[in-house]
Design a protein around this ligand. Sequence first.
Ligand code: AMP
Ligand code: MG
Length: 408
Amino acid sequence: MGFDTSGLLPLSDALQGMLEQLACCCDSKQLPLPEALGRVLACDIASPLAVPPFDNSAMDGYAVRLSDLTAGTPLIMAGKAFAGQPYQGEWPAGHCVRIMTGAPVPEGTDAVVMQEETQADGDRITFLTQPEPGQNIRRAGSDIGKGACVLQAGTRLTPREMPLLASLGIATVPVRRPLKVAIFSTGDELKPVGTPLAHGDIYDSNRYGVRAMLARLGCDCLDLGIIPDDPAQLRAAFIHADEEADVLITTGGVSVGEADFTKQLLDELGEIGFWKLAIKPGKPFAFGRLPRAWFFGLPGNPVSAMVTFDQLVQPALAKLAGQRFERPLQLQAVTTEQLKKSPGRLDFQRGILSQGPNGLEVRSTGSQDSAVFSSLSRANCYIVLERERGRVAAGETVTVEPFGGLLL
Ligand code: AMP
Ligand code: MG
């Protein structure tokens, strides 16, 4: 990983450096379809069926053979075909078959004419239009061919995949076990919610953010609470987490001043790199291996912790969980106000994206201090400002990244 001259590591290098070392660590088993929601597919799913399984009607109307149709001459209705009740009788020349949506088309059908394009006089049906061959027929296999790959390994199952799998008659699916992630917050000043604060204390907010993001990612979370800045307690917590989980994520204690202390401990227990990332917010970041588990040390500042989790930890956890990760969409928008920025780091400013009269517009949520949490809670996107860019004037075009599933 090339540190550049400023000593700050570009985000993309940090991400690549991490992903190169990581591989999926979650084994798999078959689960009944309803229980598989939120899990990651362990294998490609090939369709055991053609969908639709038979040629069927896309409309309520009449199945016809083109050779029977002569302009203006009515056909006699031979019978009816319903969804689930195919027409099974004879189909003599000069006849048509009344057919409902989803019903199998009778053998020999060239087209289905929608009801609205016919006139019925008892059993005598007059066709007001000349049908095209194949019209209103959904062909067997036109949606999914038998044996076709419908979902790839690494897909996380959402409500969108459930009916697709059910339509193929698939009752159980091979999915990976959830990644087990231990978390704790470090800092003598931190108190859990629901307890009073003494002077100098603050509430531990990061753990609630990290827990919530892990829940969104489908991870199992082992919450070890708040660990004070005490070597013996920290050591015990690192060892406990390493024994119990695939991954440990901590917040705090990786910035200058504290890093030496955590660093010493982690150097002794594993191989951890302490990085200074060229991003804002979120400069200090630690990554590496404990004896068994992977370790991610997030900065203590709440906005930095969320942003580094979103940008760096999320793709890493996806890889460990066997999940395909798609980079979030980035769009172009015009900023309606000036944005403060100094060159040197890639900024993930928090913004509000909206539809303006001439296209997408974005404005800042205000103070971009990494301790100001409201800047994140009011935002619906990042304003991603390139590393070497300076102050941005109102009216300039900027890149925005709408918040994805993790933060919504
Ligand atoms: P640190 O990275 O430990 O130096 O912390 C940087 C800043 O983030 C300090 O102001 C801490 O008080 C604050 N901080 C650290 N951990 C948390 C936490 N879990 N919740 C809220 N603020 C925190
Ligand atoms: Mg601290």
